[in-house]
Design a protein around this ligand. Sequence first.
Ligand SMILES: [Zn+2]
Length: 224
Amino acid sequence: MGRAVCLCSGGLDSTVAATIARRSGMDVYLIHVSYGQQAERREIEAIERIADAIGASDLMCSRIDLFRNISALTTQGARIPRGEEVSLDSESTPPTWVYCRNTVLLSMAAAYAEYLGAHSIYVGFNAEEAMSYPDNRPEFVEQFNALLEKAVASFSRPPKVVAPLVDMRKKDIVRLGADLKAPLELTWSCYLNGEIHCGTCGSCQHRRRGFVEAGIPDPTEYQH
Ligand SMILES: [Zn+2]
């Protein structure tokens, strides 16, 4: 089946996407990027456990400084919208937007994939996040794949971005993850770096609603 690079934050969606790749028989090479996100320490703790749980062949933890201190998400201690300040189904771009983030991160994943000879790059892009983050949308994936056709050396086969959740909402992702026995209990979704999930940031609220709507017990412990 070959190798797949899985761009994984340690959160729910990318962990389910990586589990799909692994369950389909591919050797999975996880890549996590620390770009200054407030929760980077929690994400790395989560992904180290996830890598073991899904039987990943390797975990690459990479780091870039470009995004540090330019977004609420990437400024340690900056105020992130909580509770009623969060609008879950808004189409406007929230202060947690990080400029061209997925373009940069996918370029890193593509470089790693070309080096490994991996033909697939799995991502957890999904319909719910695509509403406010344009670099989660199907047309972004399509255009990035067209770019990859022109971006690699003549001796390489271009890797392709695979976004198995791109049309799915959180409740469907939770259900699929539970069916696949993805290690949902090990994932970290919160934008903050507390001891447990805050329960009130946008990412926690999406996660909570997903479990509730899926009718599946949420293994996550929330502060509020
Ligand atoms: Zn949170």
